[in-house]
Design a protein around this ligand. Structure first.
Ligand code: SF4
Ligand code: SF4
Length: 195
């Protein structure tokens, strides 16, 4: 079973998207979400700045050069292109996708959910989520068009949210339910997680 310190540590080092141009995030507790599937609209990658953890920043600058990131007052971000979108956002005729793939930052893996160890946006009972005896609080950003409101489906509650919790706790890296599978869209099989 995960210890509380581990939980605190993992959650506290988490980086998140930050709203751009003064746009705030509107969060609802997970119990108001019926389901979530990324539509590949690319909206999140155009609207928000990605905050990087130090190891993520180091990895990115070593691999792609320091010009792909920028330093803020107390944190690092992925650089944004002239149109405001993430420097790693690509698109083809049908979808937007992330060029980082296996190096995708945790903030992007968790989007549009926030998995935290204390209630932060109200409705704490509705946000409570038990993962192997660890009490977590899960909220979703309503800016994401992949959210469907309503009563949580079994699949969302026991598979998708569980995977988000594992990503947040740092006990999982690979994404299945928490990302869009455009490989499936284009070639008929396999997982090729983009968001
Ligand atoms: S996570 Fe949501 S906002 Fe981002 S690309 Fe997918 S559907 Fe669009
Ligand atoms: S998912 Fe990829 S393209 Fe989108 S913001 Fe994150 S790093 Fe950039």
């Amino acid at each position: 079973m995960l210890g509380f310190l581990c939980l605190e540590k993992n959650l506290s080092i988490h980086s998140f998207f930050e709203g751009a141009d003064g746009l705030g995030m509107q969060f609802i507790p997970w119990q108001n979400v019926a389901d979530w599937h990324c539509k590949g609209c690319g909206y999140c990658c155009k609207l928000y700045s990605v905050v990087l953890g130090f190891p993520e920043w180091l990895n990115l600058t070593k691999t792609f050069g320091s010009q792909t990131t920028i330093a803020g007052l107390d944190r690092f971000y992925i650089k944004r292109a002239h149109d405001g979108s993430c420097a790693f956002l690509c698109n083809n005729s049908r979808n937007y996708f992330c060029a980082l793939q296996r190096m995708k930052p945790e903030a992007c893996k968790l989007w549009p959910f926030k998995v935290i160890s204390e209630p932060k946006y109200g409705d704490s009972k509705q946000a409570e989520f038990d993962y192997m005896g660890n009490k977590l609080y899960v909220y979703a950003d309503t800016m994401c068009s992949g959210l469907r409101c309503g009563t949580p489906t079994w699949d969302f509650r026991y598979k998708t949210l569980r995977e988000f919790a594992e990503l947040a706790l740092g006990i999982r890296q690979v994404q299945y339910k928490t990302t869009r599978s455009t490989y499936t869209d284009f070639r008929g099989g396999g997982q090729f997680g983009l968001y």
